[in-house]
Design a binder for this molecule. Structure first.
Ligand code: SF4
Length: 642
């Protein structure tokens, strides 16, 4: 018998799981249990389905059994090929995300799409870094020029990605150049990677591993950085905002619309039209229209507009089970197909929006840059029409919300620090790190995964690090875990070591706050670019390479291939990356040793080549301690107090 309290820490989700059970509605939590025990060949990565001679399953970890597939492929070759495929699957949605924002910006600049360019400062700063003339140039013209340079990263047949040159540290570029893994064109690199993994193509595991690292750079620059930069140009750079977390943000007396997915061009328009049509909700007897967020659509609207967050990945279906959502609007990534089945049990309309991403059982309203207003209005009007259909006997919204702060872009962090030292804003942070008041910085990022008690590993890793004076920066659904549990609020300082608490209080009070929260929410999954920007800024200010910094990344409840591709990007930067749910690599001693630097026969590791490695550890306390040990090792190498 599985206890609901073992499935999630979120008491609101627990309440809704009871309701789901009573109403006989299936959720991901239940389906995850039905899949146990998982296939060991799949878990260890040694199942190959690349051709019709198979599928082939070979022995893992030196166990007895078949050593090669029909074509002769070994466990090392099969695991390396499968991992590259998985990393491509993680990278591609972010590259598509970047391409979509690029076209939206271009069309907005050309007057063809109804979006206003709100991030003038970001536009000018990026245009200058790209070497464009900015003085006397109209904003729209400048945005067009920036977008056209970005477009080259999807078109050029040679050369190095413009966004990599724009954002990477020179020291890192040198390392990647020597290894011949500098990417040129995101689409070309994805095609090359798929070509490598195709049946009968590349079988050298070392070359496949370098292909994986190259794909990590595609993810980092033409996925994450490009998306964030262009979104900041179009929608503005986030600034400090205060918001609320948990299912209680869904309001019984409002027309409720949940935005779920990742693409702010969709969610921003839904929000805009909800404001325009708010009075129509009042005419229906509601108090207004309430927009709530799920996953990274939540993060995008939270960071720039302070919109409240209902829940994160694993419990997305439960938001519908409140019975109080008139519509759930989805775009791309992390959308469970199971949502349609749940929505069918209520009056909720599940609406997909991207022309090339349709969801079985959902209705569809097409988003295109030019037709964005039409989409926003249509979706909000459909939600209004569903309000009278709501069955009040089915409504149950778990009470209670938690206060949280977000909006910590690098620009905002620098602005906060500037109140302590206007001439050299990063200096107070660097001094705190040098003295050991801040032992190091760890990014808690990624997902929730029904294989792990929801929010538990994310919060436990964070709390153990905070206790040891490690500053947390957060993004994605992991940030939601921290938000739901009070770690994005100054009240979370109770979990910090004294030295860290003093630093956060001093910075907060210099800015009119009781303190900064112990975890700084830096945004959506693509906004892991902001974390990278912060690392590059710190390393540049110190005159060292990113790989030398006392920092690490952690994704304690990872589920998505995106977590692996983002992790690969940070390993390429020289940052250790912890995952709490293992990647399918343990079937190959070579791949496992190369990525984790565990002792073995294979001599070359990512740790040696890049300065970062993969850490798998399911126990959150042990994971935190492993990262702390590494942070101390890097501090010693820099000659810092330990
Ligand atoms: Fe089997 Fe080789 Fe075909 Fe994979 S590519 S399914 S190992 S024969």
């Amino acid at each position: 018998q599985v206890l609901i309290t073992d499935l999630t820490m979120d008491t609101g989700v627990q309440e809704l799981l009871v309701k789901a059970e009573q109403e006989n509605i299936e959720t991901a939590f239940q389906r995850a249990k039905e899949q146990e025990p998982h296939c060991k060949f799949g878990l260890t990565g040694v199942c190959c389905r690349r051709c019709l001679q198979g599928p082939c399953r070979v022995t893992f970890n030196g166990n007895k059994g078949v050593k090669r597939g029909v074509c002769g492929a070994t466990a090392d070759q099969i695991v390396a090929r499968n991992l590259l495929s998985l990393i491509v699957e993680g990278t591609t949605p972010h590259v598509e995300h970047a391409r979509e924002i690029l076209h939206t910006l271009l069309e907005a600049a050309e007057g063809k799409a109804p979006y206003e360019i709100k991030g003038k400062e970001k536009l000018i700063s990026i245009a200058k870094k790209l070497g464009l003339t900015v003085d006397g140039v109209e904003l729209d013209k400048l945005a067009q020029e920036v977008a056209l340079i970005a477009l080259q990263d999807f078109q050029q047949q040679s050369g190095v990605s413009h966004w990599l040159r724009l954002r990477a540290q020179d020291k890192s570029i040198e390392t990647w150049e020597k290894l011949n893994i500098l990417p040129s064109n995101a689409h070309l690199e994805i095609a090359n990677a798929i070509n490598k993994t195709a049946m009968g193509c590349e079988s050298d595991p070392v070359s496949l591993l370098l292909g994986i690292m190259k794909m990590g750079l595609v993810e980092g620059y033409d996925g994450l950085h490009l998306s964030t930069d262009l979104q900041d140009i179009l929608f503005g750079t986030p600034r400090l905002v205060k918001t609320q977390y948990r299912m209680g943000v869904i309001k019984e007396d409002y027309v409720n619309i949940a935005v779920h997915g990742h693409i702010p061009m969709v969610s921003e328009k839904v929000l805009e039209w909800s404001r325009k049509l708010n009075n129509e909700a009042k005419a229906l007897g509601a108090k207004g229209i309430n927009i709530v967020g799920i996953c990274c659509s939540a993060n995008e609207l939270l960071m720039r507009q302070g919109v409240s967050v209902a829940t994160n990945y694993a419990s997305q279906e439960l938001a519908i089970i409140t019975g109080a959502l008139e519509a759930m609007v989805v775009d791309a990534q992390c959308i469970m197909p199971g949502l349609a089945q749940v929505a069918d049990c209520y009056h909720t309309e599940l609406i997909s929006t991207l022309p090339n991403i349709k969801i079985e059982g959902a209705s569809h309203v097409d988003w295109t840059p030019e037709e964005a207003d039409k989409m926003g209005e249509e979706i909000v009007r459909r939600a209004l029409a569903h309000y009278p259909e709501r069955d009040q006997s089915k409504v149950k919204i778990p009470a209670g919300t938690v206060e949280a702060y977000a909006g910590f872009s690098v620009e905002q962090i620098v602005e906060l620090l500037a109140t302590l030292n206007g001439a050299d804003p990063l200096l107070p942070l660097i001094e705190a790190i040098a003295k050991g008041d801040i032992l190091g910085v760890v990014a808690i990022v990624g997902c929730t995964n029904p294989k792990v008690k929801q929010d538990w590993a994310n919060t436990e890793v964070a709390k153990e690090l905070m206790r040891n004076n490690v500053l947390i920066v957060a993004s994605g659904c992991s940030a939601h875990s921290l938000g739901k549990n009070g770690l994005l609020s100054p009240a979370g300082l109770q979990y910090c070591g004294e030295k860290l608490a003093n630093v956060l209080t001093a910075i907060g009070q210099a800015n009119g706050l009781p303190a900064l929260p112990p975890a700084l929410h830096m945004g959506s999954c693509v906004d892991n670019s902001r974390i990278d920007d912060l690392l590059v800024a710190l390393a540049d200010r110190l005159g060292v390479a990113v790989r030398e910094l006392p920092v690490a990344g952690s994704s304690p409840e990872n589920h998505s291939p995106k977590a692996l591709s983002i992790g690969t990007f940070f390993i390429a930067q020289g940052v250790d990356v912890h995952i709490g749910v293992n990647a399918p690599i343990t079937g190959s001693p070579l791949v496992e040793q190369a990525l984790t630097a565990n002792k073995g026969e294979f001599p070359v590791t990512t740790d040696e080549l890049f300065g970062g490695k993969l850490i798998y550890e399911a126990d959150p306390i042990q994971a935190a301690q492993t990262m702390i040990a590494r942070i101390i090792q890097k501090r010693k190498a820099l000659g810092l107090v330990c």
